[in-house]
Design a protein around this ligand. Structure first.
Ligand code: UFG
Length: 328
C-alpha cells in the first residue's frame, strides 16, 4: 500500500514508517522538522518537507504521490505545554488535522489512522482503562485529539472513510541503537532520567509525591515504541473491515519512583532525584486495558518489560548522547 505518514520524522512516526517500509509498503513522509529529524526518516521513504498549516502543500503531495492511506502523527503532543498554551492545541493541532482530513476527502484517500492519546480519559473513572471508559479529556492536548477522533467518526458516516484511532499510553523505549527519542526540549520522564545518568543533567525532579498511589508518585503504562508500531500495521490492514478505536498499553503501571529505580539498575548510575511540585494536568494513574486490540487483531506486545524498554532507550542515549545531531 502507498501510505502518507505525517510526522514521519518524529519519534513514533519514524518508527512506524520504518516498519511499513520493512513490510513492503511505499511510504511518503511529510514533516516540518520542528520536532522530527531528517535522519530518522527511513532511506527508502520519499520525504516532503512541509507543514500541515499549508493546505496547498498537502493537496500537491496527495496529487503527486496518490497515497491509499494516511497515518497522522504530526502534532504538538505535550500535556503540560497544552495547559500553558491551549491554542497551540485547540487551534493549531485541530486546524492541521482538519486540513489533512479535508484534503484526504477531496483526493479520495479513504483509510486514515490517527495517533491519539490516553489523555482523552482525563482522570479516569476506573482502571484499567478500556475503550468504554468515559471520555473526558484531561488537557487541551487530549481535547484536540478527541475533536479529531470525532471528525473521523463523522467522515466515516458521511464520506465512507475508514479510520482507526489509536490511543497510546506512554510511548517509550528505542526502536534500535541508532533510532530513538530526541525532543528539544525534552520533557518525558524516561529520556530525562537517562540524561541524568549520562551526566547531562544534575537530577530528576519528581513532579508530585502526594498522589493517591502506592508510593505517592504518578503511575503510567509504558509501552515500547516498536509494539506501538506493530499495532499501526495491524490496524491499517484491518481497515477494510471497518473503523475502530483502540487503547494501546501493556496493562501494567509503574510509578515515577519505580522508573527511576529501574533506570538506576539498568544503567548502573546513581541518578539523583528530588521531590517537586505536581505538574498541572497530570492524572495520578493511567493504565490501559488493551484486550480489544489483542482479541480483534492479535496484537501481542513483545517488549513489555520495563527493563527492556529502559534498556533499549539507554542503548540509544548512550550511543547518541546528542540524539540525531551528527547522524546522516
Ligand atoms: N515526570 C516527572 N518528572 C519529569 C518528567 C515527568 O516526575 O521531569 C512524571 C510526570 O509527572 C508523569 C510521568 O513522569 O507523571 C510521565 O510523564 P511524561 O512527561 O513522560 O509523560 P506524560 O504521562 O505526561 O504524557 C505522555 C505523552 C502524552 C500522552 C500521555 C498518555 O507525552 O502525549 O503520555 O499517557 F498523552
Amino acid at each position: 500500500m502507498r501510505v502518507l505518514v505525517t510526522g514521519g520524522a518524529g519519534y513514533i512516526g519514524s518508527t512506524v514508517a520504518r516498519q511499513l517500509v520493512e513490510t513492503g509498503d511505499d511510504v511518503i513522509v511529510l514533516d516540518n522538522l520542528s520536532q522530527g529529524h531528517r535522519a530518522a526518516v527511513p532511506d527508502d521513504a520519499a520525504f516532503v518537507h512541509g507543514d500541515l498549516n499549508d493546505r496547498g502543500l498537502i493537496d500537491r503531495t496527495l496529487a503527486e504521490h496518490r497515497p491509499e492511506a494516511i497515518m497522522h502523527f504530526a502534532s504538538h503532543t505535550l500535556v503540560g505545554e497544552s495547559m500553558e498554551e491551549p491554542f497551540l492545541y485547540l487551534d493549531e493541532n485541530v486546524r492541521c488535522g482538519m486540513n489533512l482530513m479535508k484534503s484526504a476527502v477531496e483526493h479520495d484517500v479513504d483509510r486514515f489512522i490517527l495517533s491519539s492519546t490516553a489523555n482523552l480519559f482525563g482522570t479516569p473513572e476506573r482502571i484499567p482503562i478500556d475503550e468504554d471508559v468515559t471520555v473526558d479529556p484531561g488537557s487541551p492536548y487530549g481535547e484536540s485529539k478527541f475533536i479529531l477522533e470525532r471528525t473521523l467518526h463523522w467522515l466515516d458516516e458521511t464520506e465512507d472513510l475508514s479510520y482507526a484511532a489509536l490511543r497510546y499510553f506512554n510511548a517509550a523505549g528505542a526502536a534500535g541503537p541508532n533510532q530513538g527519542e530526541d525532543h528539544a526540549p525534552e520533557t518525558h520522564l524516561i529520556p530525562i532520567v537517562l540524561e541524568v545518568a549520562l551526566g547531562q543533567r544534575d537530577k530528576i525532579v519528581i513532579f508530585g509525591d502526594d498522589y493517591d498511589t502506592p508510593d505517592g508518585t504518578c503511575v503510567r503504562d509504558y509501552v515500547h515504541v516498536l509494539d506501538l508500531a506493530q499495532a499501526h500495521v495491524l490496524a491499517l490492514n484491518a481497515l477494510d473491515d471497518g473503523s475502530r478505536v483502540y487503547n494501546l498499553g501493556n496493562g501494567k503501571g509503574y510509578s515515577v519512583r519505580e522508573v527511576i529505580e529501574t533506570a538506576r539498575r539498568v544503567t548502573g548510575h546513581e541518578i539523583p532525584a528530588e521531590e517537586g511540585a505536581p505538574r498541572p494536568g497530570d492524572p495520578p494513574v493511567l493504565i490501559a486495558s488493551s484486550d480489544k486490540i489483542r482479541e480483534e487483531l492479535g496484537w501481542a506486545p513483545e517488549h513489555s518489560a520495563l527493563d527492556d524498554i529502559i534498556g533499549s532507550a539507554w542503548e540509544w542515549h548512550r550511543r547518541h548522547p546528542n540524539g540525531y545531531d551528527g547522524l546522516q
